[in-house]
Design a protein around this ligand. Structure first.
Ligand code: SIN
Length: 286
């Protein structure tokens, strides 16, 4: 039996008593998956993992993605997307500006990611306090809290998700090379239902985010824009948020259907932040 301690927020729980570097029994793994579905974000403290162990545990959730930003993956490990401000030999070792707007991973793909598994190797500190927190918003709590008139209005609507919208709007986008033809080919704009059913829990999720959702499909002009603005503001209302304060050795899993997230860039070198992420393949939203 695992010990699971929910946070005081709308989502999130700590799981205690698990060493993820070990080969976990199926019963233990199934309990972790059940907690992941229930709490939407789960985390384990004090983990010591080699890249192979991070990847092996992640693979138990399904096939892993290889990120379109190949230059940001750990050399030799195309499944490990590096999020870091660290520069080595004059070159960034990962993405320096990932997640600086609300989004869910790979929502711009035909089959958005099921979940992401994030490992904190280095956490920036100031006066003994961690910096570089990540905020998570529950898309199920956000959907539930909508007035029934809004639920009816958006029940059958779709929204357009655009990789290039997010790619070029980052704070440090000047540092990003223009998308290559291959990256563009892999990421055409895509329509997804605004109200998405979670493939494992059956719960309804509000599936729009400020980073990548560019417009409501089939609702042009002012009407579409104001509806999207209203939904985006609602989706990240503080009632639905859990704020994670990182510690070195944290291993956190978030659900990309039932949550969205935002990284807080309140640190700078010489304060180093080094995180590694695997991204589990998902299924087409319905
Ligand atoms: C991400 O969106 O994958 C990065 C999140 C973070 O750096 O906290």
């Amino acid at each position: 039996m695992l010990t699971i301690t929910p946070t005081n927020a709308a989502l999130g729980a700590e799981i205690l008593g698990v060493d993820l570097s070990r080969d976990l029994a199926d019963t233990t793994f199934n309990e972790i998956v059940a907690a992941f579905h229930e709490y939407e974000v789960v985390y384990f403290r004090n983990q010591t993992l080699r890249p192979e162990q991070h990847i092996a545990f992640s693979r138990r959730f399904g096939e892993l993605e290889k990120h379109v930003r190949v230059d940001c993956c750990r050399p030799g490990y195309p499944e490990l997307f590096v999020v870091s401000n660290v520069i080595e030999n004059g070159k960034a070792i990962g993405s320096r500006d990932a997640g600086l707007f609300w989004h869910s991973d790979l929502c711009y793909m035909k089959e958005p990611s099921r979940g992401s598994l994030f490992y904190a190797r280095e956490v920036p500190m100031k006066d003994g306090e961690p910096l570089g927190d990540t905020l998570f918003a529950s898309a199920t709590a956000a959907y539930e809290a909508l007035p029934s008139s809004m639920k009816t209005k958006i029940a059958k609507l779709k929204a357009v998700n655009s990789y290039s919208k997010g790619y070029y709007r980052d704070r440090n986008s000047g540092a990003r090379a223009p998308l290559t033809e291959d990256q563009k080919r892999r990421t055409p704009d895509i329509e997804h239902p605004i109200v998405r059913t979670h493939p494992f829990t059956g719960k309804k999720c509000l599936f729009v985010n400020e980073g990548y959702t560019s417009r409501i499909a089939a609702l042009d002009g002012e009407e579409g824009e104001s509806l999207l603005t209203e939904l985006l503001a609602h989706a990240t209302d503080e009632r639905f948020i859990y704020r994670h304060r990182w510690q070195v050795g944290d291993f956190l899993i978030w659900d990309n259907c039932s949550t969205q997230h935002l990284a807080i860039p309140d640190y700078a070198l010489p304060q180093r932040r080094l995180m590694e992420r695997t991204t589990v393949r998902g299924s087409a939203p319905f």
